[in-house]
Write a protein that binds this ligand. Structure first.
Ligand code: DX5
Ligand code: ZN
Length: 223
């Protein structure tokens, strides 16, 4: 059974009190800091650039899991390596020579992730299965926090887990978007093991990050 990891979505933290939130994430045992880099082209939103990442990387020991929601991500592989990314995820839809991009990420010692938008079939990854360490299944359309789960993505998670098992590959399956405590149960049941917590869980108003993390782990464990 793949290990459950709780990833905190940096875009959903309190940017004016980031240091306080980072300490709270560390105390809560957050496994990865999930950083959504948005270019205003691949997704409509602009968010989280390299300067912020540099500052955050210096301020915490939580490993950095970088999700590039940008066109032609291959241009920035070296940049994010230098900034300390341990996991670097690119979108299938954004990289024409995907195999080369994934090999370049691994070549620098990072774990290679691929993200799929809700409308993108799993089959697009058929010939790069051996090049992937992590599959990010977007459970909402990327770009904004606070959206609702797209139900068909649950079936995609289950199909992905079955595909990796058939290929005898232990690939982590990450889910991003509306990972609420209720949805986390269904996502983990379907085979997801890396959960990105945003406004639906870890950064929900009225809840501490520690309590959110505890509830997310309980939800995933209940699956
Ligand atoms: C989508 C974002 C969100 C983010 C926040 O582009 O990446 O999925 O993590 O999660 P929620 O949906 O809980 O606000
Ligand atoms: Zn993300």
């Amino acid at each position: 059974m793949p290990q459950i990891k709780v990833c905190a979505s940096l875009a959903c933290a309190d940017l004016l009190n980031l240091e306080r939130d980072l300490r709270a994430m560390e105390a809560a045992g957050i496994d990865y800091l999930h950083i959504d880099v948005m270019d205003g082209t691949f997704v409509p939103n602009l968010a989280l650039g390299t300067d912020l990442l540099r500052a955050v990387g210096r301020a915490t020991r939580i490993p950095l899991d970088v999700h590039l929601m940008i066109e032609r991500p291959e241009r920035y592989i070296e940049t994010f390596h230098v900034l300390g990314a341990q996991v670097l995820t690119v979108h299938q839809e954004a990289s024409i020579h995907l195999q080369r991009t994934l090999a370049a990420i691994r070549g620098l010692g990072m774990r290679a992730g691929v993200a799929l938008n809700p409308a993108t079939p799993l089959e697009t990854l058929r010939y790069v299965l051996d090049d992937i360490d992590l599959l990010l299944i977007m459970t909402v359309n990327p770009g904004f926090a606070g959206q609702k789960l797209i139900p068909s993505t649950l079936g995609k998670i289950a199909d992905a887990r079955a595909l990796f098992e058939a290929h005898h590959r232990e690939v982590d399956i990450q889910v991003d978007g509306n990972v609420s405590f209720e949805n986390a149960v269904r996502m983990a049941q379907a085979g997801a093991n890396w959960l990105v917590g945003g406004t639906s869980s870890l950064f929900m108003s009225g809840l501490t990050i520690a309590e959110g993390a505890r509830q997310l782990r309980t939800a995933a464990g209940a699956a």
